[in-house]
Design a protein around this ligand. Structure first.
Ligand SMILES: Cc1cc2nc3c(=O)[nH]c(=O)nc-3n(C[C@H](O)[C@H](O)[C@H](O)COP(=O)(O)OP(=O)(O)OC[C@H]3O[C@@H](n4cnc5c(N)ncnc54)[C@H](O)[C@@H]3O)c2cc1C
Length: 298
C-alpha cells in the first residue's frame, strides 16, 4: 500500500458514512435476502459456490440474538427451496456470545440442526481474540453432534498451529484466513511475510491431519503455495475449496476456476453493513482512489 492509501485506511472510522457506503457497495450484495439470492444465482451460473452472511455482530440483547438465529434458519430454508449451491456463515457474537455461551450455543444449534436437516452446512466465522476460546468450544460441542458445521482459524494468530492440533481429532472442516481484526503483538504475528509463512505452515498441518480446508485468500502468492501443497501432498479434490469475498479480485477467482478448482464466494447482505464495510475498506490497497471517487457528487 502507498503511504496515502495507508493513511486513509487508518482514517476509515472518520470517513462520512455515505462515502463508506458508496465505496463498500461492491463488497455487499444488498440489504435484502432477495438481493443476496440474485447475486448467488449469478455466482452459481458462473460456476462458483456461495456462503451467505447476514451482516450483524456484537449483539447485546437476547431477543435480537434469537431473531438472528430465526433469520438464519429462514435463509437456510430459502437456499434449499431455491436449490442454490450455497451455505451460511455465522458470527457467534450475533447469536448472543456476549450474553453467555449457553444462550449462543442454543441459537447456533438451531441453525446447525436446520442446515443438517437440509443437507447443508454452517461455517462459524472467527471474530477477535476475546472470543477465540468460546468460539472453538461451541464449534467442538456442535461438531460432536454433526459434521455439518465448520470453523475458521486465522493465520495471524500465534496460537493457530496448536489450535489445529487440538481439533484434528474431530475430522474438522476448517476455513483458513489471514485474520482481519486489530490484535496485540503478544497474540498475533504482525509482519506480512511471517503471516504468510504461518498460513502455509497451518495449511500443511490441516491437509496432513486430514481436515477439509476452505482456503480463504486473495493473495496470489498464497494461492500458488496452496496449489503447490495440494500437488505435493496429493490432496484429493473433495478435501478443499478456495474461498473469496464478494467484490474482491474477480479475475483471480476466474483463474482458480479455470484451473479446475472449486471456489466459494462469501456473500454478505443486510442493513448492518457498516462494520463489515469498514474492515473491507481498510484492506483495499487502492482505497485513496476509491474514496476520492466516492466523494464526487455524481
Ligand atoms: C471467504 C473469506 C472468509 C473470511 N472469514 C474471515 C473470518 O471469519 N475471520 C477473519 O478474521 N477474517 C476473515 N476473512 C478475512 C481475511 O482474514 C483477510 O482479512 C482478507 O481475506 C484479506 O486477506 P488476503 O488473504 O486476501 O490477503 P491480503 O494480503 O490482505 O490481500 C491480497 C490482495 O487481495 C486484494 N484485496 C484484499 N482485500 C481487498 C479489498 N477489501 N478490496 C480490494 N482488494 C483487496 C488486494 O489486491 C491485495 O493485495 C475472510 C476472508 C475470506 C476470503
Amino acid at each position: 500500500m502507498s503511504l496515502l492509501d495507508t493513511l486513509i485506511a487508518r482514517s476509515v472510522p472518520l470517513l462520512p458514512k455515505f462515502v463508506v457506503r458508496r465505496v463498500a457497495s461492491r463488497y455487499v450484495a444488498g440489504e435484502t435476502l432477495d438481493e443476496a439470492v440474485a447475486v448467488i444465482r449469478r455466482l452459481n451460473a458462473e460456476g462458483c459456490r456461495a456462503t451467505v452472511d447476514l451482516l450483524g455482530e456484537f449483539v447485546k440483547d437476547a431477543g435480537e440474538a434469537r431473531a438472528n438465529a430465526d433469520a438464519y434458519s429462514g435463509i437456510v430454508d430459502r437456499l434449499d427451496s431455491e436449490k442454490l449451491d450455497a451455505n451460511v456463515s455465522i458470527k457467534l457474537t450475533a447469536f448472543g456470545l456476549d450474553l453467555g455461551k449457553n444462550v449462543c450455543l442454543d441459537n447456533a444449534r438451531r441453525v446447525v440442526d436446520k442446515a443438517a436437516s437440509k443437507g447443508s452446512f454452517v461455517r462459524i466465522d472467527m471474530e477477535n481474540t476475546p472470543y477465540t476460546d468460546a468460539t472453538l468450544e461451541i464449534f467442538t460441542t456442535l461438531r460432536r453432534a454433526t459434521d455439518r458445521v465448520g470453523v475458521v482459524l486465522q493465520a495471524y494468530l500465534r496460537r493457530t498451529p496448536s489450535d489445529i492440533d487440538a481439533h484434528l481429532h474431530l475430522a474438522p472442516n476448517f476455513r483458513l484466513c489471514k485474520g482481519i481484526y486489530r490484535e496485540p503483538r503478544t497474540l498475533a504475528w504482525k509482519d506480512p511475510a511471517t503471516i504468510n509463512r504461518n498460513y502455509v505452515h497451518c495449511l500443511r498441518k490441516m491437509f496432513a491431519g486430514g481436515a477439509f480446508v476452505g482456503i480463504a485468500t486473495h493473495d496470489e502468492k498464497l494461492v500458488f503455495e496452496a496449489l503447490a501443497l495440494i500437488d505435493e501432498l496429493k490432496v484429493p479434490k473433495g478435501r478443499f475449496e478456495f474461498q473469496m469475498l464478494l467484490g474482491v479480485d474477480d479475475e483471480l477467482r476466474k483463474i482458480i476456476l479455470g484451473l479446475g478448482h472449486p471456489v466459494r464466494v462469501y456473500v454478505p447482505y443486510g442493513r448492518d453493513w457498516y462494520g463489515y464495510s469498514c474492515r473491507r475498506l481498510r484492506e483495499n490497497p487502492k482505497i485513496a482512489r476509491y474514496v476520492a471517487r466516492a466523494m464526487l457528487p455524481f
